[in-house]
Design a protein around this ligand. Structure first.
Ligand code: GLC
Ligand code: CA
Length: 552
């Protein structure tokens, strides 16, 4: 097993990272240009989201050719150069494998449409219900809903069947029960491994195994029936073995997967993945579990989830990916922090809160600057297929345009997809022309150049956190125990390792608060390892994080 415990991953969304050729779209050469910045930040792995040939209906998660690079992102020569140039700076590349579905433009689907029986069996095709005659589509085979709104089934006359798409209608799901499909996908992963890739992120991998019997979900939208389905652990072990990636840095996207399954996915003894992204902690502000229904974050639930997952995974030898942000999430400082008055304090507190936990931290581009939500006020600003669908559905449900826009402003995936803010120049130093998606206006103040000039910047704080994990085995290896469990304002925990102790106290409120069980006096003899305010006071200040280190 590669040593993953003291490593940090930085996620790059190439389309929004850096445009090198002035077409408004970020690209691979843009990433090459910024390797010095990334090496200076100190991270170990760069995870790039998909840049394969794609019609971009879902920004590259609709792959039309797994083995070729979309010309808008560059060429294979650019990619090879990226791997080498990164390696020269001690950075490893991780790629995003979208193996649950293809684009409908993929040649496999195109051949299926043309009637090739072999490729029809690559996808999940079913007859409709209540057919009145041959050729009548009838109704969708089940009531399952796709992730972006509406039925998960699409009638396709050229197939004479309905096909399953758990995401956009342009993303038909692959049939993993077909051994040929599994073989092809293992070849894809192996291809990239042989090109020098050091790790993989597997997109919606918990959804690859569909139930044996397709039936209506009488309690929900279907997800509980098709997540973590039959044989999934076998499929993963087979993939890992055939692609030859056992022991590499691998992470599975496991939205809605429970803890016991995440243990099975990540326990080294099982030779599946090295870690899992679980998303429960990013749903604590979903009213009744609905992303498009706003609610204040439920702090008690957030605390409970961290405590359960951190201690539960540790007990069973599982391993967590630690993250707040990615290309599907709003910016954390706008969500659980304060993106105005206490932007700097809250961004640092949120960072320390997860970076000092047990697991491997992920930083999403711009998070290290405290980048905020997009602040879009018009539907014209949005690009994301999920957001555009949600807007339409919200209006259909009777919301006003203003109400729908307010929800999008808080929840849209585009909040995380605005161009990286490199400088206060026109287009934020991201491009020389109008970017493919509007910038967040605050780039004039929040940008890399400004952060680099300030030794107290959020960026500087991230660098320190990264360095601490590299240098202190207690952060990578230590046990974890949650304290202050009934304190509704504070998330607090202790790490312990070979006679050392680290205590992490995080105030999630814009006001100063007291600890319930300890007092800050109790730490008089401990060293303050890191914090986001000078010195220490009786109470935790707004969004304060205090980290104490002691030897027992
Ligand atoms: C994952 C990706 C997301 C994409 C979806 C479908 O959730 O992170 O961006 O839309 O899978 O591939
Ligand atoms: Ca470009």
């Amino acid at each position: 097993m590669a040593d993953i415990k003291n490593k940090i991953v930085y996620q790059i969304y190439p389309k929004s990272f850096k445009d090198s050729n002035g077409d408004g779209i970020g690209d691979l050469r843009g990433v090459i240009e910024k390797l010095d910045y990334l090496a200076d930040l100190g991270v170990d792995y760069l995870w790039l989201t998909p840049f394969f040939v794609s019609p971009q209906k879902d920004n590259g998660y609709d792959v039309a050719d797994y083995l070729a690079i979309d010309p808008r992102f560059g060429t294979m020569a650019d990619f090879d150069e990226l791997v080498q140039a990164a390696a020269a700076k001690g950075l490893k590349i991780m790629l995003d494998m979208v193996l649950c579905h293809t684009s409908d433009q993929h040649q496999w689907f195109q051949r299926a449409l043309a009637g090739d029986e072999k490729y029809r069996q690559y996808y999940i095709l079913r007859d409709g219900r209540h057919k009145k005659s041959e050729g009548d589509p009838g109704e969708p085979p089940t009531n399952w809903q796709c992730a972006f709104g509406g039925s998960a089934w699409q009638w396709e006359p050229r197939l004479g069947k309905w096909y399953l798409h758990l995401h956009d209608v342009s993303q038909p799901d692959l049939d993993w029960t077909n051994p040929q499909v599994r073989e092809e996908l293992a070849k894809v992963v192996r291809f990239w491994k042989e090109r020098g890739v050091a790790g993989f992120r597997f997109d919606v991998i918990n959804l690859i195994a569909k139930p044996e019997i397709f039936a209506d979900d009488t309690k929900g939208l279907g997800r509980r029936l098709f997540a973590d389905g039959p044989h999934i652990h076998e499929y993963l072990r087979e993939l890992v073995q055939k692609a030859g990636i056992d022991g590499m840095m691998t992470v599975g996207e496991m939205a809605s997967t429970d803890l016991p399954n995440c243990v099975l996915y990540t326990r080294p003894a099982d030779h599946e993945l090295s870690m899992a992204f679980s998303f429960h902690h990013l749903k604590v502000d979903y009213k009744d579990g609905d992303k498009w229904s706003l609610m204040e974050p439920d702090m008690a639930e957030l605390k409970r989830l961290f405590a359960d997952w951190q201690t539960g995974m540790a007990k069973a030898d599982g391993w967590n990916a630690l993250f707040w942000c990615n290309h599907d999430q709003p910016r954390i400082v706008s969500r659980l922090g304060d993106d105005k008055k206490y932007r700097v304090e809250s961004a640092k507190m949120l960072a320390a809160c997860i970076h000092l936990m047990r697991g491997t931290p992920y930083i999403y581009q711009g998070e290290e600057l405290g980048m905020t939500n997009a602040g879009y006020t018009s539907i014209e600003d949005y690009r994301d297929v999920e957001s555009l669908n949600a807007y339409r559905i919200l209006l259909e449900q009777g919301k006003t345009e203003d109400e729908a826009l307010k929800i999008l402003a808080a929840r849209s995936r585009d909040n995380g997809r605005t161009p990286m803010q490199w400088s206060n120049q026109k287009y934020a130093g991201f491009s020389t022309v109008e970017p493919w998606i509007p910038l967040t206006k605050n780039y004039t103040a929040i940008n890399v150049e400004a952060a680099q000039k300030n030794e107290n910047s959020i960026l500087a704080f991230y660098k320190t956190l990264i360095k601490l994990r590299h240098e202190m085995p207690i952060i990578a290896e230590g046990d974890i125990r949650f304290i202050e469990e009934d304190n509704p304002h504070v998330i607090a925990y202790e790490r312990a390792w070979q006679g050392e102790r680290l205590t992490v106290l995080c105030n999630f409120r814009p006001t100063s608060v007291k600890l319930c069980h300890a007092t800050l006096q109790d730490f008089a003899g401990s060293q303050k390892l890191i914090g986001n305010y000078p010195g220490r006071e009786e109470r935790l200040r707004p969004y304060e994080v205090l980290v104490f280190y002691s030897r027992t």
